[in-house]
Ligand binder design. Sequence first.
Ligand code: GSH
Length: 324
Amino acid sequence: MLVNGKWTEDWQPVQKADEKGRFVRQTSSFRHWITPDGAPGPTGEGGFQAEAGRYRLYVAYICPWASRTLMARALKGLEDVIAVTVVAPALSSEGWQFGGYPGADVDPLFGATHLHELYTRADPEFTGRATVPVLWDEKTGTIVNNESADIIRMLDTAFEGLVPSDLRLYPEDLAAEIDALNPRIYDQLNNGVYKAGFALTQGAYDEAVDGVFAMLDELETRLSDGRDFLFGSRFTETDIRLFVTLIRFDAAYHGLFKTNRRRIADYVALSAYMERVLRLDGVRATVNMDHITRGYYSIKTLNATGIVPTGPQHIIDLLARTAP
Ligand SMILES: N[C@@H](CCC(=O)N[C@@H](CS)C(=O)NCC(=O)O)C(=O)O
């Protein structure tokens, strides 16, 4: 991580834990918003007007939070408006790095070798982890925002004047329900699998894994009434937030994070839902299973040999039959 703008080596295996050995995720630090006219958003400063070709997303395909932003970009038809740079799947001794792996890009703006260089460009005294996603402003040369929850909200509305879309990821009439369900799915499932994987005590693991499967059971029941998406026929940001965890589950979390009570493949409604989302225009291209398995299984504290499993076959088959 960075401390006062200097890279320090304690990036891995050190993940923050609380007094009971529970994994604690850092909160994001750049919270500005792109808006249609450059007015300030709900947090941060103004000056970030929606313009085609001005902004770039730095992402890792392995990362579920970064993948949220890739999905929102694709579903809102913003591929030609917002550029993307993909880092290599495995964290290096200096965090995320550019190039050197099939499907990983070099940094087109500064020729940076590591993502943390962007953080210190934005803030020479930055302290914290250099995480993906990063939404970068090429005009002012800074980070607009590095919190995926914010980024998918701004992509939903900021560019409507440039690229109109029928899809509303956060429709007003569902806002209260979305705001109620998001944190529950986040805590028990999206971050719950990480809490299981990085637990330092049996108690912390047991608590996390109970939460994971309670939520999967609840969502299986919810989706079993024939609805297409979590809130009915309309696809929302909560579907993005759920999908990114489901698609990684059987290939990475089930084995590496020890969330192996069941697979997503054992849930009938969740499996059908996952494939339905995967078939939405543009979504399949945001899933790179090679980066996902390579990335997760390179976490040395959880997999000392670095050997990457080659399955599971049902995920390989799913991706083959949904390939664009
Ligand atoms: N709250 C952030 C979380 C982002 C995050 O934790 N990204 C991870 C990858 S999945 C990361 O970049 N980790 C690098 C590190 O912790 O050093 C978001 O949702 O955008």
